[in-house]
Design a binder for this molecule. Structure first.
Ligand SMILES: [Zn+2]
Ligand SMILES: [Zn+2]
Length: 325
């Protein structure tokens, strides 16, 4: 049952609008062409770094005007632009090829590990270049200060912070710096993931990127597969998409108690998927209806959904490293 919070008409109480038909339990089993797990649907879609960040910058710029979080979206548009600049500058320099990729996949692990950040000098080069080129002219003093602190830190300190970000550990006292570290990690991992053999990747676990082990930032229903409306999780770090059957929790794998919610003031193409088994939620983007939707940008732009669904006791299943709240 899809329910829409409607502050205009229903106050804070959820009201039911245009409910999706409840599928009987038998339909929750894999159905090749309905939920996207047939051979015609790739398990992963690797990122295209050449377009990923430039497209995201455009999306953030288009979302910023008139938005309550407009200043932050505009700042992230500048960050995404800097990511695109770094990506272009490093396009001719292949990243270090991990030596243990096959072994890690064979043992059920994502092929990309945090040790790459230390082993490959191109990561720190990209991080430093990003800090140098990002346009913070319109950013608040605290943001410029975070950038300056990182620039003044030692290379080892920047590396340590990036490794923590890769591993999902964000020091509370350094959240402002973490945004820049996350952006640098995203650029590097997108380049690395794009070079992987997508057909060799295997599922690792629910809510884990099969390429880098990152958490999903959002879930997308897409239109570019042969199957109708296949669903993919989008990695918050490397940008890889991995297929996951619909109406199944991306965190715990349960198919029971999965519901969808929206808000009137948020596009109907952006919902949250909640799970009453583990009480988590994830944004659910109908990219098949609006191809411009970007998992990172539209997750932030729909922050009203996070606030509302948190009131109901649900916790975020994934992570958006550019929006640490
Ligand atoms: Zn990933
Ligand atoms: Zn769950």
């Amino acid at each position: 049952m899809a329910r829409f919070f409607n502050r205009m008409r229903g106050g804070d109480k959820p009201v039911e609008v245009a409910p999706e038909p409840k599928r009987p339990p038998r339909e929750l089993k894999p159905e090749p062409d309905r939920i996207g797990i047939s051979g015609s649907v790739p398990f992963v879609r690797l990122p295209n770094p050449e377009t990923l960040f430039a497209d995201r910058a455009r999306r953030l710029d288009s979302l910023a005007p008139e938005h309550p979080l407009g200043a932050y979206l505009a700042f992230l548009a500048r960050v995404a632009t800097a990511q695109a600049v770094v990506q272009t500058a490093q396009a001719g320099t292949p990243p270090l090829t991990p030596s243990d990729t096959a072994l890690r996949v064979e043992h059920g692990m994502p092929p990309l590990s945090s040790s790459l950040l230390r082993d490959d000098p191109s990561f720190l080069d990209g991080f430093d270049r990003l800090l140098a080129v990002v346009d913070l002219a319109a950013a608040p003093d605290s943001t410029r200060s975070a950038r300056d602190t990182l620039c003044a830190a030692t290379p080892d300190d920047r590396l340590d912070l990036a490794v923590q970000v890769f591993e999902g550990a964000f020091p509370m006292e350094r959240l402002g710096e973490c945004v820049f570290a996350s952006a640098a990690v995203q650029v590097y991992l997108a380049r690395q993931s794009a070079r992987l053999d997508g057909k060799a990747l295997k599922p690792v676990a629910d809510g884990i990127c099969p390429a880098c082990g990152g958490a999903p930032v959002a879930s997308l229903v897409v239109a570019w597969t042969a199957a109708d409306k296949a669903r993919y999780c989008a990695c918050s770090l490397c940008g890889t998409l991995w297929n996951q059957v619909r109406i199944r929790c991306t965190a715990c794998g349960s198919s029971e108690g999965v519901s969808y919610y929206g808000l009137d003031e948020v596009s109907k193409d952006v919902q949250v998927e909640t799970c009453t088994t583990c009480h988590s939620y994830i944004k659910h983007l109908h990219q098949h209806r609006n191809p411009a939707l970007d998992p990172v940008a539209d997750d932030i732009a729909s922050y009203g959904l996070d606030l509302k669904i948190a009131e109901d006791g649900f916790g975020r299943a994934g992570l958006n490293p550019l929006f640490l709240t």
